[in-house]
Design a protein around this ligand. Structure first.
Ligand code: RIB
Length: 324
């Protein structure tokens, strides 16, 4: 079996240099890293990460904790994170916290037991999970901020403002809100952005709060059937919007002829539902990629700003809004 000594001999450097190059240490030039990786590939050398971890205390594995993998937003975000991590030689250990603080704590504990070098985390509740109180390695938040943590997320407030402008441009002023959960910052920022953009021109007919999983409670179903003159329904995310389209269609209410609907996220399903959903696109690949890069900088010993890294969003116009 090819060893690290064979790689060092081929490149003509020390074993330490090869090890530093393979572990992305800052004291190795990019050119040397390329030479080492080329030699390792030619020799078919693969570092034994478990053995390495015993020596270095580093596993080159990172945890990714997300609330709900059945929601395409999070599965698409996980894909962006994993693709970027793999290019850096990092293994991603994925935890689905199932939108529950208990699932979140269990997953975080397991990640720590497996010695991950860092964690990317999308919180489900307002409190800091107890396992993180004793976790002394880097943590980067994704999608939802918490005081004291570096975080990468979209400009949700801007997304709400874009939807308000689009609504008025299409003749909609009497609006119904199917807003996401109060406990989730992204849901609050969206609705606040929408309601504050043109407060004297938007007439809020009603608002119902529900989960981001898209399940419609009785109150939402009853409100959708009454609508109280709302000509446009603004949903907190695409799953809520798609559920509302399906419910209305099943009750012979046509979208957008009878009532228009917009979502938020631009998940893959928004392009295949009928009518195709007009929504706000979150730059998921940029968010996932930047979160991994930030964590890598942290793990390599760099100092990381705790201020939020916020990405602009954009409106994607499809077929679910009628111009009045
Ligand atoms: O669809 C899930 C929602 O939760 C997304 O809008 C995302 O921003 C997260 O906060």
């Amino acid at each position: 079996m090819t060893t690290i000594k064979d790689v060092a001999a081929k490149v003509g450097v020390s074993v330490a240099t090869v090890s530093n190059a393979l572990n992305d240490k800052r004291n190795v030039s990019a050119a040397m890293r390329r030479r080492v990786l080329k030699a390792a590939k030619e020799l078919g050398y693969h570092p034994h990460r478990a053995a390495q971890a015993m020596r270095t205390g580093r596993t080159r594995a990172v945890g990714l904790v997300l609330p709900d993998l059945t929601n395409p937003f999070f599965s698409q975000l996980a894909q962006a994170v994993e693709n970027t991590a793999r290019k850096l030689g990092l293994l991603v250990c994925l935890i689905d916290s199932q939108n529950a603080p208990r699932g979140e704590s269990e997953g975080l504990t397991l990640l720590m037991q497996h010695g991950v070098d860092g964690i990317i985390w999308c919180p489900v509740g307002p409190r800091l999970p107890s396992p993180l109180r004793s976790f002394d390695r880097p943590v980067v938040l994704i999608d939802r901020p918490r005081p004291g943590f570096a975080v990468v997320h979209s400009n949700n407030f801007m997304g709400g403002q874009l939807l308000a402008q689009y609504a008025l441009e299409h003749g909609h002023s009497r609006i119904g809100l199917l807003s996401g959960p109060r406990s989730v910052a992204s849901a609050e920022q969206r609705r606040n952005g929408f309601l504050s953009a043109f407060p004297d021109r938007i007439d809020l007919a009603w608002e119902v709060r529900l989960g981001f999983d898209g399940l419609l409670p009785r109150e939402a179903c009853d409100t959708l059937l009454r609508r109280k003159g709302a000509t446009l329904i603004v949903a907190g995310n695409d799953l809520i919007a798609i559920s509302a389209v399906r419910f209305l269609t099943e009750h012979d209410v046509r979208v957008p002829d009878d009532v228009s609907i917009v979502g938020f996220d631009d998940v893959s399903w928004a392009r295949i539902v009928t009518p195709r959903l007009t929504t706000i696109a979150q730059p998921l690949v940029s968010i996932g990629t930047r979160a991994v890069e930030l964590l890598q900088e942290y793990m390599s010993g760099g100092s990381v700003e705790r201020r939020p890294l916020v990405f602009d969003v954009s409106l994607v116009e499809r077929d679910s809004v009628r111009r009045i």
